[in-house]
Design a protein around this ligand. Structure first.
Ligand SMILES: [Zn+2]
Length: 317
């Protein structure tokens, strides 16, 4: 069985963002010990600061990640980073990542500071990603305001990853649905982390506003032609931190099984943690195989052992 971890972090240093040791060998060892065929890594988001620092940082990281993928064919892939502060630079890096580096997709943050990825300044980027039929992986990040709120709720006891990350993911999904980006750019495969954050819990609430005279069915139909549930069901979801039975059952109700993808969020979590949680769901064999890797192999054919582009090393599956 092919198993693909599409939510896996790579670091061009010997430590991750929280100071744990990290190396390519540790990633491969995690994959081997858990029978995972391949992992597609995402890099930290990159900011263009006005100088060319952000741009050269994105280029350096993308080239470094591509090198480790080439060193381990069939085991590692990459979602390339883009310097979002300068959309022209982001377009240039996207072209380089696809044409020269042959990246598996693009990794975007849900927000660049207080600018959300549904902002209209990113439209040229979505237009080009649509033309190239790109796969885009959205990962949540904190804003300074989020961190302040975390402290207000409970000081250091409350991680931004508990509430602010899923909320930021929900903000970005809702923005992209409501502004028509996901409708207009149908050839982009949009993947959202952590089962879509808070968004699955909100769909029914939004649809129910047809009964409220201030919004009403006309506004809803204009914003989500065909319904908000249908718009949501076109997206793909990495299930890292979304394997809790109640969350996964909700995802199964509102998203096609073919759009659910295995992710571990290594190095924040051991790969074994997500493997165990997925196994404990007791899914039917076909659904389990699809979530574990079949669905991802359809999105990333070079990791499909049956495809012509097969370059995987054999792995441990
Ligand atoms: Zn992550």
């Amino acid at each position: 069985m092919t198993s693909i971890d599409i939510h896996h972090h790579f670091y061009p240093t010997s430590k991750d963002n929280e100071g744990r040791r990290w190396s390519v060998e540790m990633t491969l060892d995690e994959l081997d010990r858990n029978g995972i065929t391949a992992a597609i890594g995402s890099l930290p988001p990159v900011r263009c600061t006005g100088s060319d620092d952000g741009c050269s940082q994105a280029r350096r990281w993308n080239e470094w990640a591509t090198r480790i993928c080439l060193d381990h064919p069939g085991r590692l892939g990459v979602f390339a980073s883009l310097p979002l502060r300068d959309v022209d630079a982001a377009l240039a890096e996207f072209a380089y990542a696809y044409d020269v580096l042959h990246a598996d997709g693009i990794g975007l943050p849900t927000n660049d500071g207080d600018t959300w990825l549904s902002d209209e300044r990113f439209l040229p980027l979505y237009e080009e990603m649509n033309r190239r039929k790109a796969v885009v992986f959205f990962h949540p990040y904190s804003t300074a305001r989020c961190l302040d709120l975390g402290h207000a709720y409970g000081g250091d006891l409350i991680s931004p990853a508990w509430l602010e990350f899923p909320t930021n993911t929900g903000r970005t999904i809702l923005g992209l649905l409501a502004t028509g980006v996901t409708r207009q750019f149908k050839d982009i495969r949009f993947i959202f982390c952590h089962g879509g954050g808070i968004m699955p819990a909100l769909l029914g609430r939004i649809a129910g506003f047809e009964g409220w005279d201030t919004v009403g069915p006309d506004t809803l139909e204009r914003t989500f032609p065909g319904g908000v549930h249908a718009a949501f069901a076109r997206l793909y979801f990495d299930c890292a931190q979304a394997y809790a039975p109640e969350m996964f059952a909700l995802l199964r109700r509102i998203a096609p099984a073919s759009h659910l993808l295995f992710g571990s969020d290594y190095s924040y979590f051991p790969v074994a943690h997500s493997v165990r949680q997925l196994n404990e769901l007791g899914l039917a064999e076909g659904v389990h195989a699809a979530v574990a890797g079949g669905n991802a192999a359809a999105l990333f054919p070079r990791f499909d052992p049956g495809s012509q582009g097969k370059i995987r090393s054999g792995g441990n599956t």
